[in-house]
Design a protein around this ligand. Structure first.
Ligand SMILES: Cc1cc2nc3c(=O)[nH]c(=O)nc-3n(C[C@H](O)[C@H](O)[C@H](O)COP(=O)(O)OP(=O)(O)OC[C@H]3O[C@@H](n4cnc5c(N)ncnc54)[C@H](O)[C@@H]3O)c2cc1C
Length: 368
């Protein structure tokens, strides 16, 4: 059995590492000439607990530590501040490079400058000894070549780095909801240090706005421009995030993981932790398939059993907040504050698993 992974993004490389460590013959193909290329298009905010589960030595990629968040809606703010570091801001290029060396160290072959086209993919998959994995991102050639169901909604993003900033709190991220600058997503300011930050915004592809247009309008927002102050923009990048999982992620000997499968938290657009977690499941199933003939379709049921409920809850929460106008969002924040949401989220907030948080919330309510 040979496994061909299409895409040397973080998820493809983590899958390659997992498979190679289990003894599989793995090749990863990517059209880019370096895994760091394009890494600056996305942010790297990852929960500490999620990173621990991912099993990659990310320490050399840490740029900043985060212990808080401020949710903005109109004139209202909800401040969440924990006593300890909850998340890291990682340098995405450094993370990609670490993942590549870990995959290669485990024995995977990474072939850069090798984009896979539809015909080549079909020829590969026609040989039953091959397993093809699409880890080729939001606009997946593998998914379209093998007729996987489409993803119903994407977020178009634009983010930029700024220097010479003066952060009020360089360990807290600011999220701006219902701003009117974008459709069905939010804007953010994430600090890299006390003088460097990133400003970004997403807008649903169901709206009529381009991400650069939304970004331009967002930078003119009174509150945002006050926070940016005299900081200088050094570079800007557009990209795309899938907002829901595909209805099917296995077809014969072809599997999808990561953004290609839509394994992304719709609330925030974060896809690394879930993508890498699903890649671990894919690696286990592929090995059991090779050794004991376990059907590859087991991947579909296993990842949905492990993470499907959380991803669905993220999607439902995203739909909920996206449909709220600025007034309702302000009111929600006000009421949440009255009911002690700041203290609860500061103590129990979980960036990845809203189901765990909900259970804690209900238990706390029952215990009262
Ligand atoms: C603005 C923005 C902010 C984000 N912030 C966060 C965050 O803070 N935290 C977080 O967890 N996630 C975040 N994400 C999401 C995260 O970047 C993705 O979920 C993650 O990169 C998905 O990894 P992947 O390996 O599945 O896909 P990708 O990183 O997209 O990698 C796919 C790879 O496939 C290659 N490829 C594509 N087609 C082919 C082909 N035909 N042949 C060969 N190679 C091919 C591409 O060159 C690419 O290298 C953000 C995304 C954006 C856009």
């Amino acid at each position: 059995m040979r496994v061909t992974i299409v895409g040397a993004g973080v998820v493809g490389l983590m899958l390659a590492k997992d498979l190679a460590s289990l003894g599989a013959d793995v090749q990863v193909y990517d059209g880019k000439s370096s895994v760091e290329d394009g890494a600056e298009k996305a942010s790297g905010i990852l929960s500490k607990s999620g990173l621990a589960h991912m099993g990659v030595d990310y320490r050399n990629a840490i740029v900043n530590e985060l212990d808080g968040a401020v949710l903005h809606a109109g004139r209202e703010k909800l401040r969440i501040k924990s006593k300890a570091t909850q998340a890291y801001v990682l340098d995405r290029a450094a993370l990609a490079s670490i993942c590549k060396s870990e995959a290669e160290k485990a024995g995977a072959k990474v072939r850069l400058g090798s984009r896979m086209e539809r015909q080549e993919l079909k020829e590969l998959a026609a040989d039953g000894d091959n397993i093809v994995v699409g880890a080729d991102g939001a606009v997946s050639t593998v998914a379209s070549a093998f007729g996987f169901p489409p993803i119903g909604e994407y977020v178009l993003t634009y983010k930029a780095e700024y220097e010479e900033a003066e952060a009020e709190d360089s360990h807290s991220v600011d999220l701006f909801f219902a701003t009117g600058h974008s459709h069905r997503f939010f804007g953010w300011i994430a600090p890299y240090s006390s003088y460097e930050l990133e400003l970004g915004i997403g807008t649903s592809d169901r709206g009529k706005r381009s991400s650069s247009d939304a970004f331009h309008s967002f930078t003119k927002d009174k509150e945002v421009s006050a926070m940016i102050g005299e900081a200088k923009m050094v570079a800007g990048h557009a990209s795309i995030i899938p907002l829901e999982a595909r209805r099917m992620t296995v077809r014969g000997n072809v599997l999808l993981v990561g953004d290609a499968a839509g394994q992304v938290k719709a609330t925030t657009g974060g896809g690394i932790i879930f993508g890498a977690s699903c890649a671990k499941i894919a690696a286990g199933v592929i090995m059991r398939h090779a050794e004991r003939g376990v059907p590859l379709s087991t991947y579909e049921s296993e990842w949905r059993k492990a993470y499907g409920a959380d991803l669905k809850l993220h999607r439902a929460l995203h739909n909920y907040y996206s449909n709220m106008g600025p007034g309702s969002f302000e009111a929600l924040i006000k009421v949440s504050r009255l009911f002690g949401a700041e203290a609860f989220l500061s103590k129990y907030g979980d960036m990845d698993s809203p189901t765990k948080m909900l259970k804690r919330f209900l238990l706390r309510g029952l215990a009262k």
